[in-house]
Design a protein around this ligand. Sequence first.
Ligand code: PSU
Ligand code: MN
Length: 304
Amino acid sequence: MNERLVLSDEVAQALRRRKPVVALETTLVTHGLPHPQGLEAALELEAVVRAAGATPATVGILDGAVRVGIARAELERLAGERDVAKVNLGNLAAVVASNTPGSTTVAATMFVAAEAGIRVFATGGIGGVHRDAAQSGDVSADLTALGRFPVAVVCAGAKAILDLPRTVEMLETLGVPVLGLGTEEFPSFYRRSSGQRVDRRCESADELARVVRAHWELGSRTGVLVANPIPEADELPLAAYERALEGALAEAAERGLRGREVTPFLLDRLRELTGGATVKANLALLRNNAGVAAELARALAREA
Ligand code: PSU
Ligand code: MN
Protein backbone atom coordinates (compact mmCIF):
# COMPACT_ATOMS: atom_id res chain seq x y z
CA MET A 1 0.00 0.00 0.00
CA ASN A 2 0.75 3.63 0.40
CA GLU A 3 3.40 4.70 2.92
CA ARG A 4 1.60 7.92 3.67
CA LEU A 5 -1.33 5.85 4.90
CA VAL A 6 -0.39 4.16 8.17
CA LEU A 7 -2.77 1.53 9.51
CA SER A 8 -2.61 0.51 13.17
CA ASP A 9 -1.77 -3.16 13.71
CA GLU A 10 -5.26 -3.79 15.00
CA VAL A 11 -6.97 -2.24 11.99
CA ALA A 12 -4.59 -3.89 9.51
CA GLN A 13 -5.21 -7.30 11.08
CA ALA A 14 -8.99 -6.85 11.16
CA LEU A 15 -9.00 -5.91 7.47
CA ARG A 16 -6.75 -8.83 6.54
CA ARG A 17 -9.09 -11.20 8.32
CA ARG A 18 -12.16 -9.56 6.76
CA LYS A 19 -13.49 -8.63 10.16
CA PRO A 20 -15.92 -5.72 10.45
CA VAL A 21 -14.21 -2.31 10.68
CA VAL A 22 -15.81 1.11 11.19
CA ALA A 23 -13.98 4.32 10.26
CA LEU A 24 -14.43 7.34 12.54
CA GLU A 25 -13.60 10.97 11.75
CA THR A 26 -11.76 13.49 13.93
CA THR A 27 -13.04 16.90 12.82
CA LEU A 28 -15.90 16.48 15.23
CA VAL A 29 -13.26 15.96 17.94
CA THR A 30 -11.25 19.10 17.15
CA HIS A 31 -13.81 21.44 15.59
CA GLY A 32 -17.29 20.05 16.22
CA LEU A 33 -17.33 19.69 20.00
CA PRO A 34 -15.82 21.80 22.78
CA HIS A 35 -12.64 20.52 24.44
CA PRO A 36 -12.44 18.03 26.22
CA GLN A 37 -15.82 16.69 25.12
CA GLY A 38 -14.44 16.02 21.66
CA LEU A 39 -11.83 13.66 23.04
CA GLU A 40 -14.30 11.96 25.35
CA ALA A 41 -16.68 11.50 22.43
CA ALA A 42 -13.96 9.95 20.27
CA LEU A 43 -13.06 7.44 22.97
CA GLU A 44 -16.70 6.67 23.63
CA LEU A 45 -17.46 6.09 19.96
CA GLU A 46 -14.56 3.64 19.73
CA ALA A 47 -15.98 1.83 22.76
CA VAL A 48 -19.47 1.68 21.23
CA VAL A 49 -18.05 0.21 18.00
CA ARG A 50 -16.07 -2.39 19.96
CA ALA A 51 -19.03 -3.32 22.18
CA ALA A 52 -21.07 -3.93 19.02
CA GLY A 53 -18.43 -6.33 17.71
CA ALA A 54 -16.44 -4.27 15.20
CA THR A 55 -12.98 -2.66 15.13
CA PRO A 56 -12.88 1.15 15.22
CA ALA A 57 -10.51 2.93 12.84
CA THR A 58 -10.25 6.55 13.90
CA VAL A 59 -8.59 8.64 11.19
CA GLY A 60 -6.32 11.63 11.76
CA ILE A 61 -3.14 13.24 10.46
CA LEU A 62 0.01 13.23 12.59
CA ASP A 63 3.70 13.56 11.78
CA GLY A 64 3.27 13.71 8.05
CA ALA A 65 1.12 10.61 7.67
CA VAL A 66 -2.54 9.77 7.52
CA ARG A 67 -3.21 7.47 10.44
CA VAL A 68 -5.97 4.87 10.29
CA GLY A 69 -6.57 3.66 13.83
CA ILE A 70 -4.95 6.05 16.28
CA ALA A 71 -3.93 5.15 19.79
CA ARG A 72 -5.37 6.94 22.80
CA ALA A 73 -2.25 8.98 23.47
CA GLU A 74 -2.23 10.21 19.89
CA LEU A 75 -5.88 11.04 20.01
CA GLU A 76 -5.18 13.05 23.14
CA ARG A 77 -2.39 14.81 21.31
CA LEU A 78 -4.63 15.68 18.39
CA ALA A 79 -7.45 16.86 20.65
CA GLY A 80 -5.06 18.84 22.83
CA GLU A 81 -3.17 20.70 20.12
CA ARG A 82 -4.18 24.12 19.03
CA ASP A 83 -4.45 25.01 15.38
CA VAL A 84 -5.20 21.53 14.15
CA ALA A 85 -6.14 21.84 10.48
CA LYS A 86 -9.64 20.83 9.43
CA VAL A 87 -8.83 18.58 6.51
CA ASN A 88 -11.01 17.91 3.50
CA LEU A 89 -10.07 16.68 0.02
CA GLY A 90 -8.40 19.89 -1.08
CA ASN A 91 -5.97 20.58 1.78
CA LEU A 92 -5.12 16.97 2.70
CA ALA A 93 -1.86 16.87 0.74
CA ALA A 94 -0.70 20.25 2.06
CA VAL A 95 -1.27 19.24 5.67
CA VAL A 96 0.48 15.89 5.24
CA ALA A 97 3.42 17.48 3.40
CA SER A 98 3.89 20.18 6.03
CA ASN A 99 4.05 17.72 8.94
CA THR A 100 1.32 19.56 10.82
CA PRO A 101 -1.52 17.84 12.67
CA GLY A 102 -4.89 17.56 10.99
CA SER A 103 -8.33 16.21 11.74
CA THR A 104 -10.32 14.63 8.94
CA THR A 105 -13.80 15.72 7.87
CA VAL A 106 -16.35 13.33 6.42
CA ALA A 107 -14.89 14.02 2.97
CA ALA A 108 -11.29 13.23 3.88
CA THR A 109 -12.26 10.27 6.09
CA MET A 110 -14.27 8.72 3.24
CA PHE A 111 -11.32 9.07 0.90
CA VAL A 112 -8.96 7.48 3.42
CA ALA A 113 -11.42 4.71 4.29
CA ALA A 114 -11.82 3.82 0.62
CA GLU A 115 -8.03 3.72 0.15
CA ALA A 116 -7.64 1.50 3.20
CA GLY A 117 -10.46 -0.86 2.17
CA ILE A 118 -12.89 0.14 4.93
CA ARG A 119 -16.49 0.09 3.76
CA VAL A 120 -18.39 1.61 6.70
CA PHE A 121 -17.96 4.95 8.43
CA ALA A 122 -19.88 6.61 11.28
CA THR A 123 -20.20 10.35 11.79
CA GLY A 124 -22.67 12.84 13.25
CA GLY A 125 -24.10 14.70 10.30
CA ILE A 126 -22.68 15.27 6.84
CA GLY A 127 -21.91 18.68 5.41
CA GLY A 128 -23.99 19.81 2.45
CA VAL A 129 -25.27 22.79 0.51
CA HIS A 130 -25.17 25.91 2.68
CA ARG A 131 -28.19 28.20 2.85
CA ASP A 132 -26.35 31.05 1.19
CA ALA A 133 -24.77 28.82 -1.46
CA ALA A 134 -26.25 30.88 -4.29
CA GLN A 135 -23.99 33.78 -3.24
CA SER A 136 -21.15 32.05 -1.39
CA GLY A 137 -20.88 28.88 -3.48
CA ASP A 138 -20.37 26.99 -0.21
CA VAL A 139 -21.09 23.33 -0.84
CA SER A 140 -19.34 20.84 1.43
CA ALA A 141 -16.71 18.53 -0.05
CA ASP A 142 -18.56 15.81 1.89
CA LEU A 143 -20.98 15.69 -1.06
CA THR A 144 -18.12 15.39 -3.55
CA ALA A 145 -16.71 12.51 -1.52
CA LEU A 146 -20.07 10.76 -1.32
CA GLY A 147 -20.24 10.92 -5.11
CA ARG A 148 -16.76 9.49 -5.45
CA PHE A 149 -15.81 6.93 -2.82
CA PRO A 150 -17.52 3.58 -2.14
CA VAL A 151 -18.09 3.90 1.59
CA ALA A 152 -21.39 3.63 3.51
CA VAL A 153 -21.68 6.65 5.79
CA VAL A 154 -23.96 6.33 8.80
CA CYS A 155 -25.17 9.76 9.92
CA ALA A 156 -28.16 11.54 11.44
CA GLY A 157 -28.80 13.34 8.17
CA ALA A 158 -27.38 16.77 7.60
CA LYS A 159 -27.37 19.68 10.01
CA ALA A 160 -30.30 22.07 9.71
CA ILE A 161 -27.75 24.90 9.47
CA LEU A 162 -27.72 23.77 5.82
CA ASP A 163 -30.17 24.04 2.97
CA LEU A 164 -31.62 20.54 3.36
CA PRO A 165 -33.80 20.40 0.22
CA ARG A 166 -30.82 21.36 -1.93
CA THR A 167 -28.55 18.96 -0.04
CA VAL A 168 -30.93 16.08 -0.76
CA GLU A 169 -31.22 17.17 -4.41
CA MET A 170 -27.45 17.14 -4.71
CA LEU A 171 -27.22 13.62 -3.30
CA GLU A 172 -29.62 12.56 -6.04
CA THR A 173 -27.58 14.40 -8.67
CA LEU A 174 -24.48 12.57 -7.48
CA GLY A 175 -26.22 9.19 -7.61
CA VAL A 176 -25.81 8.53 -3.89
CA PRO A 177 -28.49 6.22 -2.45
CA VAL A 178 -30.03 7.63 0.73
CA LEU A 179 -31.35 4.89 2.99
CA GLY A 180 -33.47 5.74 6.03
CA LEU A 181 -33.15 3.41 8.98
CA GLY A 182 -36.68 3.04 10.31
CA THR A 183 -37.76 6.25 8.61
CA GLU A 184 -39.03 7.63 5.29
CA GLU A 185 -37.79 11.10 6.14
CA PHE A 186 -34.32 12.51 5.81
CA PRO A 187 -33.39 13.48 9.39
CA SER A 188 -31.98 16.90 10.25
CA PHE A 189 -29.35 16.05 12.85
CA TYR A 190 -30.83 17.44 16.10
CA ARG A 191 -34.33 16.53 14.84
CA ARG A 192 -35.80 13.38 13.34
CA SER A 193 -37.66 15.09 10.53
CA SER A 194 -36.96 17.61 7.77
CA GLY A 195 -39.82 17.23 5.29
CA GLN A 196 -37.34 15.63 2.83
CA ARG A 197 -37.64 12.02 1.69
CA VAL A 198 -35.11 9.20 1.58
CA ASP A 199 -34.78 6.84 -1.39
CA ARG A 200 -35.65 3.79 0.58
CA ARG A 201 -36.66 2.91 4.12
CA CYS A 202 -34.84 -0.05 5.68
CA GLU A 203 -35.77 -1.69 8.95
CA SER A 204 -32.53 -3.38 9.99
CA ALA A 205 -28.79 -3.54 9.50
CA ASP A 206 -29.27 -6.69 7.42
CA GLU A 207 -31.63 -4.89 5.09
CA LEU A 208 -29.22 -1.95 4.83
CA ALA A 209 -26.41 -4.36 4.03
CA ARG A 210 -28.42 -5.95 1.21
CA VAL A 211 -28.98 -2.60 -0.50
CA VAL A 212 -25.39 -1.40 0.07
CA ARG A 213 -24.03 -4.63 -1.31
CA ALA A 214 -26.36 -4.52 -4.33
CA HIS A 215 -25.26 -0.95 -5.05
CA TRP A 216 -21.60 -1.94 -5.25
CA GLU A 217 -22.20 -5.29 -6.91
CA LEU A 218 -24.03 -3.47 -9.67
CA GLY A 219 -20.77 -1.68 -10.29
CA SER A 220 -21.52 1.72 -8.80
CA ARG A 221 -18.53 3.31 -7.10
CA THR A 222 -20.31 6.03 -5.13
CA GLY A 223 -20.89 6.14 -1.43
CA VAL A 224 -24.18 5.26 0.25
CA LEU A 225 -25.76 7.45 2.88
CA VAL A 226 -27.43 5.72 5.80
CA ALA A 227 -29.72 8.23 7.52
CA ASN A 228 -30.24 7.20 11.12
CA PRO A 229 -32.45 9.66 13.02
CA ILE A 230 -31.52 10.87 16.49
CA PRO A 231 -33.44 8.89 19.17
CA GLU A 232 -36.73 10.59 20.03
CA ALA A 233 -35.75 11.13 23.65
CA ASP A 234 -32.67 13.10 22.59
CA GLU A 235 -34.27 15.44 20.04
CA LEU A 236 -33.95 19.17 20.67
CA PRO A 237 -37.22 21.00 21.29
CA LEU A 238 -38.13 22.55 17.94
CA ALA A 239 -38.91 26.14 19.02
CA ALA A 240 -35.74 26.62 21.08
CA TYR A 241 -33.67 25.12 18.31
CA GLU A 242 -35.14 27.29 15.57
CA ARG A 243 -34.58 30.42 17.62
CA ALA A 244 -30.94 29.52 18.27
CA LEU A 245 -30.39 28.61 14.62
CA GLU A 246 -31.73 31.95 13.44
CA GLY A 247 -29.40 33.76 15.83
CA ALA A 248 -26.35 31.74 14.83
CA LEU A 249 -26.99 32.12 11.09
CA ALA A 250 -27.46 35.88 11.42
CA GLU A 251 -24.19 36.21 13.33
CA ALA A 252 -22.25 34.16 10.80
CA ALA A 253 -23.60 36.39 8.02
CA GLU A 254 -22.78 39.55 9.97
CA ARG A 255 -19.20 38.42 10.49
CA GLY A 256 -18.87 37.52 6.84
CA LEU A 257 -17.52 34.06 7.70
CA ARG A 258 -16.39 31.96 4.77
CA GLY A 259 -15.16 28.49 3.96
CA ARG A 260 -14.02 25.99 6.53
CA GLU A 261 -14.79 28.19 9.53
CA VAL A 262 -18.53 28.42 8.88
CA THR A 263 -19.66 25.02 10.19
CA PRO A 264 -17.53 25.05 13.40
CA PHE A 265 -18.70 28.61 14.13
CA LEU A 266 -22.37 27.73 13.75
CA LEU A 267 -22.04 24.59 15.89
CA ASP A 268 -20.30 26.55 18.62
CA ARG A 269 -22.84 29.39 18.60
CA LEU A 270 -25.71 26.86 18.71
CA ARG A 271 -24.10 25.34 21.78
CA GLU A 272 -23.94 28.71 23.52
CA LEU A 273 -27.42 29.74 22.47
CA THR A 274 -29.01 26.49 23.70
CA GLY A 275 -27.05 26.27 26.95
CA GLY A 276 -25.19 23.16 25.79
CA ALA A 277 -28.29 21.25 24.65
CA THR A 278 -26.98 20.85 21.09
CA VAL A 279 -23.83 19.15 22.39
CA LYS A 280 -25.87 16.64 24.38
CA ALA A 281 -27.97 15.87 21.33
CA ASN A 282 -24.85 15.65 19.16
CA LEU A 283 -23.27 13.09 21.50
CA ALA A 284 -26.45 11.02 21.60
CA LEU A 285 -26.77 10.82 17.85
CA LEU A 286 -23.07 10.03 17.46
CA ARG A 287 -23.34 7.03 19.79
CA ASN A 288 -26.43 5.89 17.96
CA ASN A 289 -24.66 6.11 14.60
CA ALA A 290 -21.55 4.28 15.82
CA GLY A 291 -23.71 1.37 16.98
CA VAL A 292 -25.59 1.12 13.69
CA ALA A 293 -22.36 1.40 11.69
CA ALA A 294 -20.87 -1.50 13.64
CA GLU A 295 -23.97 -3.61 12.96
CA LEU A 296 -23.85 -2.72 9.28
CA ALA A 297 -20.14 -3.59 9.09
CA ARG A 298 -20.90 -6.93 10.70
CA ALA A 299 -23.79 -7.63 8.33
CA LEU A 300 -21.55 -6.81 5.34
CA ALA A 301 -18.74 -8.99 6.70
CA ARG A 302 -21.16 -11.91 7.20
CA GLU A 303 -22.33 -11.81 3.61
CA ALA A 304 -18.80 -11.47 2.24
N1 PSU B 1 -21.05 16.65 12.14
C1 PSU B 1 -20.92 16.95 13.45
N2 PSU B 1 -19.89 17.72 13.85
C2 PSU B 1 -18.96 18.14 12.96
C3 PSU B 1 -19.07 17.79 11.59
C4 PSU B 1 -20.13 17.06 11.23
O1 PSU B 1 -21.71 16.52 14.27
O2 PSU B 1 -18.02 18.81 13.37
C5 PSU B 1 -17.97 18.14 10.65
C6 PSU B 1 -17.72 16.91 9.77
O3 PSU B 1 -16.37 16.55 9.88
C7 PSU B 1 -18.07 17.37 8.39
C8 PSU B 1 -17.73 18.83 8.47
O4 PSU B 1 -17.36 16.72 7.40
O5 PSU B 1 -18.23 19.19 9.76
C9 PSU B 1 -18.36 19.62 7.35
O6 PSU B 1 -17.71 20.83 7.23
P1 PSU B 1 -17.94 21.76 5.94
O7 PSU B 1 -19.37 22.18 6.05
O8 PSU B 1 -16.98 22.90 6.11
O9 PSU B 1 -17.65 20.92 4.76
MN1 MN C 1 -17.81 24.67 3.24
